[in-house]
Design a protein. Structure first.
Length: 232
């Protein structure tokens, strides 16, 4: 049974690696934000945010952006249970949308569709509580998005701390990344097992069937997160 579980984890790594195509190596230290990313969080962008009040009424009070953070995901290694290099940077950035009084209203996301493209609007998340928590995330921490549980974490000094609504996930307090690797790996492997078809199929068919379901679900999450909301 242990050999079979390892095989499931190995297949998961292949799928996650495919879905994470375009990611660049992780770095904990903060770096200067590229000009195209700065431009994507401009005053014009705030005007565009206010145009979306039909979807999120609170955005009518949008006045500025808070600190910009690059977005990371859990690395393939961590998903397989190895926390040696826990995160991988994505070509995505987020910043909290703030009111004129400094209240956090939402999370504004931009991305580069390809490494050679210019950063552009990717979506707005109305989770005000998490937006407020992102304001306080250290600039040197890696801000990790885990769409499989709709949660955000700040990773710094080999500790993952839940951000905002992430406190309702299975990582509810500052946790060493070694423990996080175990939790995420077991959670992902369980999802594959839960997706298994009825008994009677070969083990290989069981694994690939489950991974196929996970891949489709993950792609759906990515598309939903990156789908552009019409502006104006």
């Amino acid at each position: 049974m242990e050999t079979k579980r390892f095989s499931v984890a190995a297949v998961i790594v292949v799928v996650v690696g495919f879905l994470g195509a375009g990611a660049v190596p992780a770095a904990y230290a903060s770096a200067e934000v590229a000009p195209d990313v700065v431009a994507a969080f401009s005053d014009t962008a705030i005007d565009d945010v206010r145009d979306q009040v039909d979807t999120l009424p609170a955005l009518e009070d949008a006045a500025s952006f808070g600190p910009v953070h690059r977005v990371y995901r859990w690395s393939d290694a961590l998903v397989a249970g190895d926390a040696g290099d826990p995160v991988t940077a994505l070509d995505e950035w987020v910043a909290p949308v703030l009111s004129s009084s400094g209240e956090a209203l939402a999370i504004y996301r931009v991305w580069r569709e390809s490494p050679d493209s210019v950063a552009e609007f990717a979506g707005v998340d109305g989770d005000a509580a998490t937006a407020a928590a992102i304001v306080d995330v250290d600039a040197d921490a890696a801000l990790v998005s885990d769409p499989t549980v709709a949660a955000w974490y700040a990773v710094w000094d080999d500790v993952a701390t839940p951000v905002g609504s992430a406190t309702f996930s299975d990582i509810r307090a500052g946790t060493p990344v070694g423990e996080v690797a175990t939790l995420v790996s077991e959670r992902t492997a369980q999802a594959v097992r839960d997706a298994a078809p009825p008994a009677g199929r070969s083990f290989a068919g069981w694994v690939w069937g489950g991974v196929g379901v996970l891949a489709i679900a993950a792609i759906g999450v990515c598309v939903g997160a990156r789908r552009r909301v019409p502006v104006g």
